[in-house]
Design a binder for this molecule. Sequence first.
Ligand code: BDP
Length: 668
Amino acid sequence: EDGYDLWLRHEPVGGAAGSELNGITVAGPDSFADAGAEAMVSVALAELRSGLAELAGGESPPAAPLSIRLSCTDADIARGGAFALDGDSTGLTLRAGEASGCLYGAFALLRLLDTGERLTKIHHAEAPAMPLRLLNHWDNPDGTVERGYAGSSIFDWWHLPDHLDRRMIDYARANASVGINGVVVNNVNASAMMLEPRYIARLARLADAWRPYGIRVYLTARFSAPRDIGGLDTADPIDPAVARWWQNKADEIYAAIPDFGGFLVKANSEGQPGPGDYGRTHAEGANMLASAIGARGTVFWRAFVYAAEDETDRASQAYREFAPLDGAFADNVIVQVKNGPIDFQPREPFHPLFGAMRHTRVALEAQITKEYLGFATHVAYLAPLWKEVLDAETGHGGTVASSIAPAGMAGVANIGTARNWSGSHFDQANWYAFGRLAWNPQLSSEEIAREWLMQTFSRDPAFVSDVSAMMLNSRELVVDYMTPLGLAHLMATGHHYGPGPWVCDLARPEWNPCYYHRADKDGIGFDRTASGTDALADYAPSVAAQWAEPETTDPRLLLWFHHVPWDWALPDGKRLWPTLVEHYDTGVAGVAEMQAMWAAQAGKVDPRRHGDVTDFLAIQAKEARWWRDASIAYWQSLNGLPLPAGSAPPEHDLADYRARDFPEAPSD
Ligand code: BDP
């Protein structure tokens, strides 16, 4: 076991449940809507046949073998991937409105069997909550991956289109098994080269390979491409020659890839080109591309924008720029918004654009790769982070999940050439959880953890209960030892791995941790109320009211919204400083508990994966302590306060932490 098989291992279920899967027949429909549907149903049949054989193991077959019947054009079932599974004494019927429903139904059936359901007893129906469920790869054509901690890019542009790596099929299987139906293959900081004919041919080969798995390909489009590779001297979106260039480019792509998904764009953000370079708005830029694509696909336009010249609180810049554009975007534009208003921090409040754009489709962008949560080394199960956002009431009549339902979710992939795909075994759970939540945001973090563990490691109930508890707590522990009580962006410059709260001298103010914590001898935290930057006003009044007063703000977001003195009294009566230290200590102690809990699982997990996780937990323990000690040493250098009784002093002095350098860390 090296992790390559992900959650698709299908260990034999044993006993009577295994026996009834033996000798089972799987029958597909006799006719198909078209060749595409036939190819997709063949994948469903092949997955079922091989998966069932694995689950059946060596048990002896029943006297009268059972059967599974697929009906993939059932008018009673909605299109778009919905399905119904109904077991009976003779086996089970899988009904779907179209081929993709049979595909998703096949994987769901295997999942149910993997997690202990009996085939003949299954009655289960599902439909996806949102139409577009995408991975965004921040992969560069040279094989490097921005913020990737799992090896190099899995896309072998060098040998494509002549050779298709088998990994591309296993990748598609994994995605399809959790309902992911689109993949942006290149970095948001894009090279225009990806739009050149030779890359279109390579992309077409991937599109052909992934089509039977229900996956459409997308490209990040560099906004300046008409200049970079098109021979024009402008990329101004209202210039007819520019519009014509994009129109031709779209036609060229669609000629090679008839179901091309569309473009993703990062514009006028962190130095990327965009319509703002010509004094045009984001809507003008997006709509020009949308008209080039037409009804054939979608333009995902990212709202992750902030500019050095802008004095506005960074947490407010996207809102202030995009909210006034509500209603100005073409129908096939989706504005893609990060979960929080800053940048994928261990904890942020939800982004105020969710629910606020009543006339624009908005998608949620999550970061599966753990740029700010310990890379692939630390165990941090992210479903609770995403659920916190999805379940939040926007104050505009519904939750974040309901606000994105007409659009979808995009997850920045954590996948690379590492044998285990994600760089660590537990980071596979984040890929899995992202897909499951995009399919159904009502699922609980616990359900997802449990089903992932059963498929990936073991069905042993004690194992599942102990390890799912560890997973559920893991993200909060990272918050505790990195950025407790609403602190954010305290990571060191460049690599974003270790602590750097002391960094105050970078060229742009909002690149500095000091910009975010605003700590001095008297207090700490960012005043985003009316007496500060008033970013709070970006939220609907009912939501803003919960965070308006430091006394009543959820302590988990206290320092996000408020600047308070070090001896501020929290709702439980305790003072801020000792509470902050207590969080750091909780984080460190919690990692030690994870280590002990995992050690106790030896024998329940294959030795190789058990050993890998053990090693990484030991690193995490060391680094939790590093985060705690460096942070405390720095805060003490400002506030001069003693540690609460029983709390250990930092192992080294501040100068030591400040001097640490990591030239080998993947930095961008
Ligand atoms: C930041 C990353 C940077 C990305 C940027 C983005 O550090 O590498 O390019 O997000 O989302 O968090 O565009």
